[in-house]
Design a protein around this ligand. Structure first.
Ligand SMILES: [Zn+2]
Length: 330
């Protein structure tokens, strides 16, 4: 629990492109926020330096002294060591065995809690976001990967060793495409942004590729390769190839969530990440698939929602890590 008499916590969302930091009070209100570019190419010390700078900025802006702060919580895009806050591996930012927890502790003399960004976001969605007050919340995020966090009775469900929530690696096809984890047919290989981009790129090279006008135009204008965002944008604008690729990605995502709904019986599922920007195009078919394909009695009582303010949720969730922290038994 939070240290006695200390009413505030700092929450940090460390992303591939930006660091978002907030000073958060006990009720989950953000008093002040700051953003810095991640700039991972400059090395981890520079990144952590910018993080420290943003922590001082939010303390100053909110007129909260660091002596009133109970802890610092960080959601990271990789695998943390829960015992000391080391980031074991975060490929998106090129980190391996980075002593994030120790460096922030040394800098500020405060307890530091480092968790998966999906866990922090799930907790934030439960505290202040679209999953507020759920009995069992399944938070699913789809961007450069597919991940999930589970909040059960107000606490993160971490599994036996902290790995729970790897929904992106549920096997959806025994003969499917190879995944970065070494397995084949994992959900994320059908639904993550880069997978949509790869399949769209193949499709516009194929027989029916000439039907894809918006996507080809976007590709020409951008000059580089396709991205998941471009596929979503083209699908929204009615490009038939982009729409087909996107719909298939959403179908698999829906099947994966349906499986998780049958297993966990959540009352709320919140979907966030880049794919949430697809809005209605995503939402209707996703809900339809989950409702049709989850076990009927579990499907009946689940409410599926899109994340409303995912950055705010990520900051608040990170700040709340201390309050719900339960050390895993080694
Ligand atoms: Zn996998």
């Amino acid at each position: 629990m939070a240290q006695k008499g200390k009413k505030y916590a700092v929450g940090i969302d460390l992303g591939g492109t930006k660091i978002a930091v907030g000073m958060v009070d006990e009720a989950g209100h953000i008093l002040s926020q700051a953003r810095r570019p991640t700039g991972a190419e400059e090395g981890y010390r520079a990144v952590i330096g910018r993080m420290a700078d943003a922590i001082r900025a939010v303390a100053e802006d909110s007129a909260v002294s660091l002596s009133e702060v109970s802890s610092i919580g960080v959601g990271v895009p990789g695998t943390p060591d829960f015992s000391d806050g080391t980031v074991i591996f975060a490929p998106n930012i090129g980190w391996r065995d980075v002593p994030l927890g120790r460096l922030l502790r040394e800098e500020f003399g405060l307890p530091v809690y480092v968790d998966y960004d999906t866990n922090a976001a799930a907790l934030g969605e439960y505290m202040v976001g679209a999953g507020k007050g759920a009995r069992v919340l399944l938070f699913v995020t789809v961007g450069t990967g597919v991940g999930a966090g589970i909040v059960f009775a107000g606490k993160l469900f971490r599994g036996a060793t902290g790995i729970a929530g790897e929904i992106g690696h549920m096997v959806m096809d025994k003969d499917g495409p190879p995944c970065t984890c070494g397995n084949i047919g994992c959900l994320q290989m059908f639904s993550k942004g880069p997978a949509l981009a790869d399949r769209a790129a193949q499709a516009i090279e194929g027989e029916e590729g000439s039907r894809s006008t918006v996507l080809r135009e976007l590709l020409r204008a951008q000059g580089g390769g396709l991205t998941g965002e471009m596929v979503i944008k083209a699908a929204r604008e009615g490009d038939p190839i982009a729409r087909k690729v996107f719909e298939e990605g959403v179908l698999y995502l829906g099947l994966g969530i349906a499986n998780a709904v049958s297993l966990l019986n959540p009352d709320v599922v919140v979907v966030g990440g880049g794919i949430a920007k697809a809005g209605d195009l995503l939402f209707k078919s996703l809900v339809k698939t989950v409702k049709e394909r989850a076990y009927p009695m579990a499907a009946e009582c689940v409410d599926i929602r899109l994340s409303m303010n995912s950055e705010e949720a990520a900051i608040v969730g990170a700040a709340m890590l201390e309050a719900t922290w339960e050390p895993l038994k080694p």
